[in-house]
Write a protein that binds this ligand. Structure first.
Ligand SMILES: [Zn+2]
Length: 394
């Protein structure tokens, strides 16, 4: 019988390249690569270069983007598709999305009361303060005098023209998640959307991004919220059946938001989430200071990928002792003959949920540690171990 082959895209959320951080910031893209190898999909690694408050220069964005993709290459991660939020093509897409929302009658300009701070980081509808995304940005969230964590100023109430997306009747859906303990939280996040409006414009904008963020609406110019803008990154995936978004435990709300938007525009696509733990690397001095680039100078990609693999507890947080690198280096020094072990294709119709659930049974802390021990002791390893080792050594 002919197997139903589906086109699967495995993607991260758009990543803002940061190079002074440790290895943990490359966990998501590494897990996406491992899952993509497992599932036989197409890897998508978008980057996000526009920020509302920080400076933006096209030339610097080019350098950051090239450096990010260079690190991915050194980590053995080769996407079939790259994407930047400052691409001219994406700009055209954003215009058509805004037009689509306008024609659907769900996008409207409105004067509303917002809590705002001088630095522009906070612009929150007064009655939405206690929601989803705000606890990271606002100190004293539920108290009398909430304060912006970026500029340390009190929030003031202002009246402002905004464009808002009316979410009341638009879209509801189930989103499958692996590990399954995330499903309840994700259901709650989804359930929260239809009850409120989403403000998609921002007042604070820097000169260099005005052209990218500006939209004209009822003869007024508004600037799009960069989060709204990059959250449309899934909108170009018209020719695929399944999209798996790999995300860290702390960015699940953004993944849900992106899927929510994408569901309005591409209701046919089956979306799901694979949520990995946030990893902290410890050494004898506390948190490991070395950046990913420094580690890549010192260790092989296989050693670094295996260290990341040790962190896959599939809980919310994971702490790894980086001294394991020494042990890994003395265990899995690439036995070249092992490296051609192909993973079987799994692009069948029931792939996504069963595929990602069996993926975390195949790829987790226990399996990786057992593998290291077996290889070090010269014990025989199974076909499944061989496939795991091959994927780790990339
Ligand atoms: Zn502020």
């Amino acid at each position: 019988m002919q197997e139903d082959k589906r086109t699967v895209v495995v993607t991260t959320l758009p990543v803002t390249p940061k190079f002074n951080r440790g290895l943990g910031s490359f966990t998501t893209v590494f897990v996406a690569d491992m899952f993509n190898r497992w599932v036989g999909g197409r890897l998508f690694t978008p980057v996000n270069l526009i920020s509302r408050i920080k400076k933006y220069r096209r030339s610097e964005a080019d350098v950051d983007s090239a450096r990010y993709y260079d690190i991915l290459m050194k980590l053995g991660i080769v996407p079939v598709r790259t994407w930047r939020d400052d691409d001219p093509d994406f700009q055209e897409r954003i215009k058509s999305i805004i037009e689509f929302f306008r024609v659907e009658g769900i996008l409207t300009p409105r004067c509303i009361s917002l809590l705002s701070c001088p630095c522009g980081a906070i612009e929150i509808p007064s009655d939405h303060l206690l929601t989803l995304y705000n606890s990271k940005l606002v100190e004293n969230l539920s108290g009398q005098n909430p304060v912006c964590r970026k500029c340390s100023n009190s929030l003031k109430e202002v009246q402002m023209m905004v464009i808002k997306l009316d979410t009341s009747a638009v879209y509801e859906r189930e989103l499958s998640c692996t590990p399954s303990f995330w499903e309840k939280e994700v259901r709650n996040l989804f359930a929260g959307f239809p009850k409120k409006e989403i403000i998609i414009s921002k007042r604070a904008v820097i000169e260099e991004t005005k052209e990218l963020l500006g939209v004209t609406f009822s003869e007024e110019t508004y600037y799009l919220d960069p989060v709204f803008r990059w959250s449309q990154f899934l909108s170009g995936l018209d020719d695929v059946d399944d999209v798996v978004i790999v995300t860290g435990s702390r960015t699940v709300p953004y993944a849900v938001l992106s899927v929510w938007y994408a569901g309005i525009i591409s209701p046919r696509i089956n979306f799901s989430l694979l949520v990995h733990p946030s990893i902290t690397f410890k050494d004898d001095k506390g948190t490991m200071r070395a950046t990913t680039e420094e580690l890549l100078d010192r260790y092989s990609r296989g050693e670094i990928r295996t260290l990341l693999g040790v962190g896959m507890t599939w809980g919310k947080e994971s702490i790894i002792d980086s001294s394991l690198l020494y042990l890994i280096g003395h265990s899995i020094a690439p036995p070249k003959l092992l490296l051609n072990s192909e993973l079987p294709e799994k692009r069948s119709k029931d792939l996504i949920l069963s595929g990602s659930r069996s993926f975390i049974r195949w790829f987790n802390t226990k399996k990786v540690k057992e593998l290291i021990t077996r290889v070090r002791r010269g014990h025989q390893i199974t076909q499944s171990d061989l496939q795991l080792l091959s994927a780790l050594l990339a």
